[in-house]
Structures are given as structure tokens and as C-alpha cells.
Ligand binder design. Structure first.
Ligand SMILES: NC(=O)C1=CN([C@@H]2O[C@H](COP(=O)(O)OP(=O)(O)OC[C@H]3O[C@@H](n4cnc5c(N)ncnc54)[C@H](OP(=O)(O)O)[C@@H]3O)[C@@H](O)[C@H]2O)C=CC1
Ligand SMILES: CC(=O)[C@@H](O)[C@H](O)COP(=O)(O)O
Ligand SMILES: [Mn+2]
Length: 381
């Protein structure tokens, strides 16, 4: 029985993880969960799964939750998140929070040699060298949940990493894939949240529309698979059926396919190297689909992807700035305070005004993250 600590239990990945735990009660138990403020979503989860420990964003949310659930172990904030990650009873930590907020908890979990299933890409973008360094020192393998990285992980099964010539990440193109840059000027939040293939949290859905999601995934792939940026390619594939591919030095390409359903990579991260049945998941029917489409990525149309390659190659604190600027800009867009195209102009401004600090430690990363958030917020004030 694997005892799970689930960070981000009320989110899109969190709820799908709970579905897997529900389907395999003999394999998995929800030991602890963390969420932000959404107690309406959390209450039924707590009642159904009865976790030993609960973490919420702050003391105000803790007090509110205590009015609805009779539980004697509710913690708040970052310290709470760290506590449930290093808890000796926990076997595996699933980081499915939104944004880089779970960074310290993830680092502490790795130090305790917990298994880590990582859905959260921002953690690796903002501090990939620290996370992977800690994982190496503690002999911890990070099990990818992000669909593309799970695909690559599966394609690399049993292969010699030295023989990889290229990783090919597929991108759906997001909500606005058929729009020109001119047409992007007046798009709404509602339009942006209408992803053609996946139902996901608001922030990642907007990232997918700006193509920053793929940019973050390029950096995530660089760290997870220890591969140079020059050997990571992104192509457009509107059906999201091929989740990603690996090309080897003999020109053989291995791809992982499946209907778009995040429960598949989530479950694989929990069962690796084994597999379990997954009910209510649509089997892939290529005859029904008929055709798959691919095209070259237009780096001018999707300028966020270019910014992510730049920040990743520059390294040091630059990806921290990219990530923090993006988190703030997307939040402002979702609140209706800036336009869609202002997301990329704000990120551009932030990365262009930053002087990279090489090999930053955790304190520096956290400081630059906070500074960037303040700076980008000031762009609209
Ligand atoms: N959704 C998907 O299909 C995929 C997601 N990912 C990645 O997984 C991560 C989660 O995405 P997704 O599930 O879509 O996001 P959601 O926005 O749906 O959920 C985010 C979760 O994080 C919690 N949370 C937010 N802020 C805090 C905080 N400060 N402290 C504690 N908990 C917090 C939220 O709690 P509350 O509800 O209370 O706000 C919620 O449980 C992201 O990094 C995303 O890029 C990767 C691949 C696919
Ligand atoms: C499901 C998943 O992994 C998302 O990150 C997905 O990849 C978003 O799709 P695009 O970024 O390709 O639009
Ligand atoms: Mn993805």
C-alpha cells in the first residue's frame, strides 16, 4: 500500500489523482493533502478520503475549514506543506500545486528520499539545478506526470541515454492555434480557457494558449532528462495523440500515444515500473481519428516559446524571472487587468531587465522570485 501526500488536491491534477486512488484502494491511500483556499472543493474530498493530515494556504482558511470538518491535524502555509512532505509515513509526494509555491516542500521531500511524482513544471523551471542536484545526491528519481515528459520517460525505458539524438515535444497550439497575431489583440479570458483537447486548471490553459506551457516544458525536459536545449525540438500536433517522441542516433524514433487523459500519466507515475487497469479511459482508436497533423513551430507567432529557450539557455536566475513574470502576468490576465498580448510583453520586459546571477542558491532564487513578482505587478500600477 503506497501512502500518498498530494499537494494541490483540489486542482485538475489533484482531482484526477484522487480518481486513481479511488479506483485502486488496495494499492493507494491518501495520507495527507494540501490545497489553497478552496474549502468547498476540499470538504467532500476530506469526508471521502479521511486523510491523516491537511494543509491549507493560511490560518484564515484553517479557521474556516474547522467550521465544517472535525479534524485535529490541520496545518497552514509552507511549513505545513513541508511537514506533510517529510512525514515518515508518506511514501510518495505528488506535487500538483499551481506555480512554484511547492519548491521548498519538494526539495525537503527529496532530502528525505521520498518518491516524487512531479506534475508541477514551475518547480523545475525556477530551480531545476537545485531540484535535480538534490535528487542525484539522494538517489531519487523524479517520476514525471506532465503528459509529454511521461511520454519521453516511457520512450526512454531500457534505452541508453547516450544514444538519444533529440527529444521532440508535441504542442497542441492551445486555444488560439488558428488565430493570427492580429486576431489575438482582442481575445477574452473565456476564449483563452477553451482548450481544444485538455480540461486543465486556468493558469496552464492560458500558458498553453501563449505557448509558454511548451516553453516551460522545454526547460522541464532539459532538467528531467539531462539533455541540452539544442536537442529539444517542439512541433505542432493539434490532436494531442502523440504525447512526445525521442529520436535516437540511428534515426529510429519512439513515440508514446494515447487519448488525451491525464489519468494515464498520473497513474503511471504511481505504479512505475508496473501498469494497472484504468477504467473509463478512452482507448486510442487511430482508425476513428483517421489523420494526425504536424507542422513546424512558428517562433514569431508564439514568442513565449522563444523567450523560454532564451531563459533556459541563459540559465542561472533567468528561468526564475521567466517563471515568476509569467505567473504574475497570467494572473493579471485572468483577473481581467491586462490583455492577452500584454502577458508576453510583460515577461519580455522582465527578462530583458534582469542581470543573470549564475548558480543561484535557494535563498537567491526565492529573493529573485519575489523581486520579479513585485516588479511585474508594478508595470500596471
Ligand atoms: N491540469 C493538467 O492537466 C496538467 C497540469 N500540469 C501542471 O500541474 C500543476 C497543477 O495544475 P492544475 O491541476 O491544472 O492546477 P489547478 O489550478 O487546477 O490546481 C492547483 C492546485 O494547487 C492549489 N494551490 C494553489 N496555490 C496554492 C498554495 N499557495 N498553497 C497550496 N496549494 C495551492 C490549488 O488549491 P485551491 O483549489 O484551493 O486554489 C489547487 O489544489 C501545474 O504546475 C500545471 O502546470 C501539468 C500537466 C497537465
Ligand atoms: C496535458 C498536458 O500535459 C498539458 O501540459 C498539455 O500539454 C497542454 O497542451 P499544449 O500545451 O500542448 O496545448
Ligand atoms: Mn504537458
Amino acid at each position: 500500500m503506497k501512502k500518498i501526500t498530494l499537494l494541490g488536491a483540489t486542482g485538475s491534477i489533484g482531482l484526477q489523482t484522487l480518481d486513481i486512488i479511488r479506483q485502486h484502494p488496495e494499492q493507494f491511500e491518501l495520507y495527507a493533502l494540501a490545497f489553497g483556499k478552496n474549502i468547498d472543493k476540499a470538504i467532500p474530498i476530506i469526508k471521502e478520503f479521511n486523510p491523516n493530515k491537511i494543509v491549507v494556504l493560511d490560518n484564515e482558511t484553517k479557521r474556516k475549514l474547522e467550521n465544517f470538518v472535525n479534524h485535529n491535524y490541520i496545518l497552514a502555509g509552507n511549513e505545513g506543506m513541508i511537514e506533510v512532505c517529510v512525514d515518515p509515513t508518506t511514501d510518495i509526494v505528488i506535487n500538483a500545486v499551481m506555480g512554484s509555491v511547492g519548491l521548498e516542500a519538494t526539495l525537503q521531500a527529496i532530502k528525505e528520499k521520498k518518491q516524487i511524482a512531479i506534475a508541477n513544471k514551475e518547480t523545475l523551471v525556477t530551480a531545476g539545478h537545485l531540484v535535480m542536484g538534490e535528487a542525484k545526491r539522494n538517489n531519487v528519481t523524479l517520476l514525471p506526470v506532465d503528459s509529454e515528459h511521461s511520454a519521453i520517460f516511457q520512450c526512454l525505458n531500457g534505452e541508453n541515454r547516450e544514444e538519444v539524438s533529440k527529444i521532440i515535444l508535441t504542442a497542441s497550439g492551445g486555444s488560439f492555434r488558428d488565430k493570427t497575431r492580429e486576431e489575438l489583440a482582442n481575445v477574452t479570458v473565456e476564449d483563452a480557457l477553451n482548450h481544444p483537447n485538455w480540461s486543465m486548471g486556468a493558469k496552464i490553459t492560458v500558458d498553453s494558449a501563449t505557448m509558454m506551457n511548451k516553453g516551460l516544458e522545454v526547460i522541464e525536459a532539459h532538467w528531467l532528462f539531462d539533455i541540452p536545449y539544442e536537442q529539444i525540438e517542439v512541433i505542432l500536433h493539434k490532436e494531442s495523440v502523440i504525447h512526445s517522441m525521442v529520436e535516437f542516433r540511428d534515426n529510429s524514433v519512439i513515440a508514446q500515444l494515447g487519448s488525451p487523459d491525464m489519468r494515464v500519466p498520473i497513474q503511471y507515475a504511481l505504479t512505475h515500473p508496473k501498469r494497472l487497469e484504468l477504467s473509463q479511459s478512452k482507448k486510442l482508436d487511430l482508425v476513428e481519428i483517421g489523420q494526425l497533423h504536424f507542422s513546424k513551430m512558428d517562433m514569431e507567432r508564439f514568442s513565449c516559446l522563444g523567450m523560454a529557450y532564451y531563459a533556459g539557455k541563459e540559465g542561472g536566475t533567468m528561468p526564475t524571472v521567466l517563471n515568476a513574470a509569467n505567473e504574475v502576468a497570467v494572473d493579471l490576465f485572468l483577473k481581467g487587468r491586462i490583455s492577452f498580448l500584454e502577458i508576453e510583453s510583460m515577461i519580455d520586459k522582465a527578462i530583458n531587465s534582469h542581470i543573470t546571477i549564475k548558480s543561484p542558491d535557494l535563498e537567491t532564487i526565492l529573493e529573485i522570485d519575489q523581486q520579479t513578482r513585485k516588479q511585474v505587478t508594478s508595470y500596471i500600477n
